[in-house]
Structure formats: C-alpha cells, structure tokens
Design a protein around this ligand. Structure first.
Ligand code: PGA
Length: 258
C-alpha cells in the first residue's frame, strides 16, 4: 500500500515563531528517532505567504509542503490569486481544494472546485479534495446525497486517470475545529460509501483521509477505520505534543500493515 498521508492544515493561524518551534522540536525528535516519519508521508499546508520559507526550513526533513488553496483560473488578471502553474514552479506537489471553510466563507461550489481540481492535475499537483456534510444535512439524513454531489461535481472535468490521481478528505463540517471527532462508525460508514462511489467512478483504490478534530488521543481510532489512507489535521497540528503524538501513532500503526 502507499504510505498513509498525514496532512497538517495550518489554516490562517500562527506565524514564524510558532512554526519554527514546531519544526525545531520535530527535528530534535528525528535525531533521537530517525524512523519517526518513515512509515508515512507528511505534508504541511501553511498560508501561501510562508510556502517558500517553510520549504527552506524543512529542507533536511522528510516533510513536503502543500497549498491550502489554488486558483480555478489559468494565469491572468486575477488579483490576489495563485495559479497552479505558480505552485508547481515552486515545487509544491499538494493542494487542498474545496475545504469547507472555503465553501463557507468564499462561496466555493461545484464548478469552481471542479476547475481547481483540474488546474492542479494539469500541473502535476495532487489535489486533496475536501468533502463533508453540515450538521443540518446530517440531521436530515442527507449526508450521502450531499457527499455524492460534492464528489461528482469535483470530478466533473476529469478523465479516469485524473480521477484516480486525487486524494479525498472526508471532513464532516460538524466535527471541524470543535474538539469533538465524528464517531468511528460514522467515519467508517462514510469512507466505505466514498470508496464504493469512487470505485464506480473509475478510482478502484481511492485514497481517502478523515479530518475533523483529530488529535493525539483519537488518532489511533481513526487509523483503524477501514478504507482510510490517513488524516487531515487542523488545530492539533499546531500544538507540538499533539502533532508528535499523531505522527508517532501513524508510524507505529501503519508500520504493522504490509
Ligand atoms: P480541525 O481542522 O482538526 O481543527 O478540526 C481540520 C480541518 O479543517 O482540516
């Protein structure tokens, strides 16, 4: 199996001082335990302004950087935006797309997200497409219908090979940033649904992450959920001991899986 993916979404939080503390402490851990990250693939997605700086800081570590966002447009007159080709020129290999905070605050929806996913793939960037239902949608038992629409919209411009190249992050909106992770049964149910859905759409081994209040206490529970290939971590990725705990458990858990 591919190495599981552990992604830190630093959102618009923190700054150089905090980031350096985290990276320095992680480097020290790696000197004591060089195998710490051997069992997984680790990506950190900071605000765009820190990307190059972070690449430099991470130069000696087995960690890649990712973008939290990308423009749906080809290069042109789009003030404030960043084209996929620009990320690719800066050796960025990953980008989150359609995070629920972007859907909520920047009104991103199906067609925009579909173009962002396509723009990434055109430039060899792996999109991590975020999908998830709101509390209200779950209360009305509409979660499967909602997720199916989000997935179908996101891949509406892709061919089969491109569909297979995407990562997916199931992030129920009601579990993000609140400290209350979704229960394992709901995560398992949705990852199974996503896996079947994507298999029907041409991606037989869909790579699905879970995100929403993952921390060092519940990470192992999430790793044990079938069909998952990793986690997307927000708040806990900016608290060093939490982040370290998640990475340790990922390495130990996945090292046991052939
Ligand atoms: P959280 O954020 O871990 O703080 O819930 C996850 C995310 O929004 O990607």
């Amino acid at each position: 199996m591919d190495k599981p993916l552990i992604v830190a979404n630093w959102k618009m939080k923190g700054g150089k001082f905090l980031y350096l503390q985290i990276i320095k402490k992680l480097s020290q851990e790696l000197t004591h335990d060089p195998e710490l990250l051997a069992g997984c693939q680790v990506v950190i997605a900071p605000s765009l302004i820190y990307l190059s700086w972070l690449q430099e800081v991470l130069r000696e570590l087995p960690i890649e950087v990712g973008s939290q966002n990308v423009s749906q447009f080809l290069p042109g007159a789009y003030t404030g935006e960043t084209a996929a080709v620009m990320l690719s020129e800066m050796q960025v290999k990953w980008s989150l797309v359609g995070h629920s905070e972007r859907r909520q605050w920047y009104f991103e929806e199906g067609s925009t997200i579909a173009h962002k996913v396509l723009r990434c793939l055109e430039q060899g960037i792996t999109p991590i497409v975020c999908v998830g239902e709101s509390t209200e949608q779950r209360t009305h038992r509409r979660q499967f219908e909602v997720i199916q629409k989000q997935v179908e919209d996101a891949l509406s411009l892709l061919d089969q090979a491109q569909v297979a190249a995407c990562y997916w992050a199931y992030e129920p909106v009601w579990a993000i940033g609140c400290g209350q992770i979704a229960d394992s049964a709901s995560i398992a149910e949705m990852s199974h649904f996503l896996s079947e859905l994507l298999s029907g759409l041409g991606s037989s081994k869909a790579k699905i992450l879970y995100g929403g209040s993952v921390d060092s206490k519940n990470a192992l529970e999430v790793f044990r959920v079938p069909y998952l290939s990793g986690v997307l971590v927000g708040s806990a990725s900016l608290v060093f001991m939490e982040w370290l705990g998640i990475l340790r458990q990922a390495s130990q858990y996945y090292a046991r899986i052939p």
